[in-house]
Design a protein around this ligand. Structure first.
Ligand code: HEM
Length: 318
């Protein structure tokens, strides 16, 4: 049997634009409508791609742990839990867990919009939008801090699959992916008030061309010093599919981390926020803060298709 295929948005490099929506499924709702809309998302994506001429239109839908039970009527993959707050002093990553995550990306904002709108129309009044952010590629793939984002993201299908896609280790869930999402709000005036050299010490890379600082001079509080974690001689991996978002009033990044385990993201975020034995934390957190946080599982396209056959029945208790 061929290996289950991931949903289309998970692996390819993010397009120039993305729609990120987190959604609540209303209580007491008839879930058949939501099941059908989710199961038909890949087909709808192909339809909108054909209608708009945007061939590289990609989508994925993810489910929170409680929503998984309600919608699939079976236990979620082991390891999928609601996003729990992490805090140390003024640094807080709040948990704002909701039910569904819709991730769309392509090179066209209009194609993304038409797909998101049609998906929501298919869900009818069964879902409510909790958060909707529109990401865009900024300059030569720079975060709004001005630093190139993605330099060390896994590249190539093999590496990206290895980082993001569940294999045989979780029976029944192969081809799927854990995903954590967070909306971050930057304080750009505060960051930009620092010299370029000081900014580079915050990130751990050069601003112009993303060259890593030598270990001898890279501060232990630099972003990349906090998130690079080695276990058993191997670096923990996540696949980032984030993009900046902005209005003139508020700017930030919608952070999206796909992983074959949810643990890697959590360990990295913990090291960003919590002081270690030396009092070190990620100094990037002095200039930006997360205001939402959710965990989802994005099933393979094959598992998603089975939703259409599932009958409404009360969720089983864990
Ligand atoms: C405001 C939020 C964030 C910003 C602006 C940001 C920005 C950056 C930048 C500029 C880099 C260096 C270039 C690169 O390799 O991509 C980087 C690397 C990285 N970031 Fe973040 N990041 C943010 C949040 C996070 C979070 C929440 C995590 C995980 C919990 C994370 C994990 C990573 C990883 C794994 C790398 C690659 C490190 C390496 O191998 O060198 N980042 N980030």
């Amino acid at each position: 049997m061929p290996a289950p295929q991931p949903q289309s948005a998970v692996l390819p490099p993010t397009g120039k634009f993305a729609f990120y929506l987190t959604l609540r499924v209303k209580r007491g709702t008839r879930l058949g409508v939501v099941r059908r809309a989710c199961a038909e998302l890949p087909a709808l994506t192909r339809q909108v791609a054909a209608a708009t001429g945007e061939r590289k239109l990609f989508s994925a839908v993810g489910f929170g742990a409680a929503a998984w039970r309600r919608i699939f009527g079976s236990p979620p993959p082991p390891g999928l839990v609601p996003f729990r707050k992490i805090q140390d002093g003024p640094r807080v990553a709040p948990g704002t867990q909701v039910d569904l995550f819709l991730h769309i990306h392509s090179d066209r904002h209009d194609a993304n919009f038409h797909l998101a709108r049609r998906f929501l129309a298919a869900c009818g009044d069964a879902v409510r939008v909790f958060e909707e952010m529109h990401g865009f590629r900024n300059l030569d793939r720079r975060d709004l801090t001005g630093f190139i984002d993605g330099t060390e993201n896994p590249s190539g299908v093999k590496e990206r699959t290895e980082a993001a896609i569940v294999g045989a280790e979780i029976p029944g869930f192969a081809g799927g992916s854990f995903v954590s999402t967070q909306r971050w709000v930057h304080d750009l005036p505060r960051f930009e008030a620092r010299s370029v050299a000081a900014q580079e010490r915050v990130i751990g890379r050069s601003k112009a061309d993303s060259v890593e600082m030598d270990d001898a001079v890279k501060p232990p509080t630099a972003h990349i010093a906090r998130v690079v974690i080695e276990e058993n001689g191997k670096e923990l991996q996540i696949l980032r599919q984030s993009l900046p978002y902005a209005t003139t009033a508020q700017q930030g990044i919608f952070f999206v981390a796909y992983g074959r385990t949810p643990a890697n993201f959590r360990k990295m975020l913990t090291r960003m926020i919590r002081r270690d034995a030396h009092g070190h934390y990620d100094h990037l957190m002095d200039f930006t803060k997360p205001v939402s946080g959710c965990n989802f599982f994005v099933p393979s396209a094959d598992l998603l298709r089975t939703l259409i056959q599932r009958k409404a029945r009360p969720p089983r208790r864990a």
